[in-house]
Design a protein around this ligand. Structure first.
Ligand code: ADP
Ligand code: MG
Length: 245
């Protein structure tokens, strides 16, 4: 059994417009519990917007979001956001707080833990990402890769059922990408349910269980990595892969 809580996530026929810009045009994405879905596609295709709709930072115009088979659109959005951990390209750490405080802050606010409990949970998560020794440092004294691992520890400390990554390695210097991808790979292999928007084709191909290729607000192809990477069916995916590989 997985060490993580349950969490099968589905998006069904999601539509969203910003004004006259129809950004998501009927997206379906099914992420079974304990699997990793990677989402690839050109810039502007709607990948970040899809993640934001799936954790209800934005309400869809049409469609449904299900967690463990149950629609969540009528629930309080804050509840879903607690169940889904999110990691962005920019780490968004508080610069004036220590690493430990950055991780424990949300635990005190959202999980209502005492200061001591929050700190002990925070140190435990930092240990898991290999950064317990940096607990009393400020973010600026860490490398970008270490800061991103702190951001991941902060998300994991909330005990999410699902983790979202939105180009988590895109802002990192090339030599720092590996450590963050290794941590994401450990999480995936450990049974976390994950949706990973990425330009790292190696991760998509070798770690994710399923790949979704989006372009211009639609899912153009989806399936197992070996199928999409070795036998792309559409010119759009062939063109994308020849640009990025
Ligand atoms: P991707 O993550 O694949 O690069 P995005 O989801 O960021 O794509 O953007 C998809 C489209 O939605 C783009 O045309 C972008 O300009 C537009 N868009 C994204 N966020 C907003 C917003 N908050 N307001 C208006 N338009 C937006
Ligand atoms: Mg994006």
């Amino acid at each position: 059994m997985s060490e993580f809580a349950s969490g099968t996530l589905s998006a069904k026929n999601i539509h969203l417009s910003f004004g006259s810009n129809h950004v998501l045009r009927g997206i379906d994405l099914h992420v079974p519990q304990g699997t990793t879905a990677s989402v690839i596609g050109p810039s502007g295709s709607g990948k970040s917007t899809l993640l934001r709709v799936m954790n209800r930072l934005i309400e869809p115009d049409q469609g449904d979001i299900l967690l463990d088979g149950r629609s969540v659109l009528k629930d309080n959005p804050d509840e879903l956001r607690r169940r889904i951990g999110m990691v962005f390209q920019q780490f968004n750490l508080f610069p004036h707080k220590t690493v430990a405080e950055n991780v424990s802050l949300a635990l005190r606010k959202l999980r209502k833990l005492s200061k001591e409990e929050a700190r002990s949970d925070a140190l435990e998560q930092l240990d898991l990402v290999g950064l317990k020794h940096k607990a009393e440092s400020r973010p600026a004294n860490l490398s970008g890769g270490q800061q991103q691992r702190v951001a991941i520890a902060r998300a994991l400390a909330m005990k999410p059922e699902v983790m979202f990554f939105d180009e988590a390695t895109s802002a990192l210097d090339p030599e720092l990408v590996k450590g963050v991808l290794a941590l994401m790979t450990d999480l995936a292999k450990g049974g976390m349910t994950m949706v990973v928007v990425t330009h790292e084709m190696g991760f998509s191909r070798n770690v994710s269980d399923a790949v979704t290729f989006m372009d211009a607000g639609v899912v153009v192809e989806s399936g197992p990595p070996e199928q999409l990477f070795t036998e792309p069916r559409t010119d759009r995916l062939k063109g994308f892969l020849s640009d990025v590989l």
